[in-house]
Design a protein around this ligand. Sequence first.
Ligand code: F6P
Length: 326
Amino acid sequence: MSVIKRIAVLTSGGDAPGMNAAIRAVTRCALAQDWDVLGVRRGYAGLVEGEVEPLSGRTVSNIMQRGGTMLGSARCPEFETEGTRREALHRLKENRVDALVVIGGNGSQAGALALAEMGVPVAGVASTIDNDLAGSEITIGVDTALNIALEAIDRLKTTASSHQRAFLIEVMGRKCGYLALMAGLAGGAELVVIPERATSPEEVARQLRAAYERGKKHAVAVIAEGALHNAAKLDIWFREHSAQIGFDLRTTTLGHVQRGGTPTAFDRLLGARLGAGAVAAPARGEKGILVGLNVGHVITTPLAEVAGVRKVIDPELFQLASVLEQ
Ligand code: F6P
């Protein structure tokens, strides 16, 4: 039997398209259990400042199709200190919060684990465009970010072909190459450069040149922002070696455009399912867990096993990319 009367929900770290669907699901599923729901503004920063407000079925109406997060989000490095966490604990007690839902990525779930270890019944929801969080095969926002990157690649390829140019296209992902690899695979790139595999500028130049030698009209390399040689470094190297390169090269960094705008159907559904899971878990007495997806099913994993643990990229996908890019 659940003793929960009031639940709070926050979104933390980088926003991700689909977070609103998760907030809506948490709110409506909690209301269906007859629990009160509090929304915390600006993630852990807002929690520490006591920025909470009641959420109703109506306050979360008409938000699913919107990007970003209706609650706001923030990076909160101070949350790594014990004093700040104690302040958060105090705020949760002050507001009579019986369970907390943390929608966010790796850093946010590390904060969630710290609160869980202080006795707060926490349910994390796997949400980051980087897809670097263990405990969920895919996280909220990845599908939208990938589709935005893909559209950019498709567009850049047409201008690249017209001018017989090479393009370096940098995508986000922090220290994880998932977005770059998947965007490269789906976008038919000639090369993918990811943090998990060091690729020298000479090798990038060699592979792009080889694409022209195979008769291609363009050569596109998708570069992960966390790669040893990111797009900015490669761009400098190509400028310095332009005399020997033999082809024209341009660089585009997609940046935050990948995080903005309307979530795809997949991210809305994922947000809805994981948000619902984050209410179901504490209702059946589970605490200190991350709600994620595994082979299409909503699962929970102890935060202690996943927070701060980086997901490993499937080497077969990298191998597939190197065959298909020929
Ligand atoms: O973690 C999501 C992410 O978009 C990363 O891909 C990127 O490195 C980082 O956040 C950017 O952070 P900020 O929005 O704080 O500049």
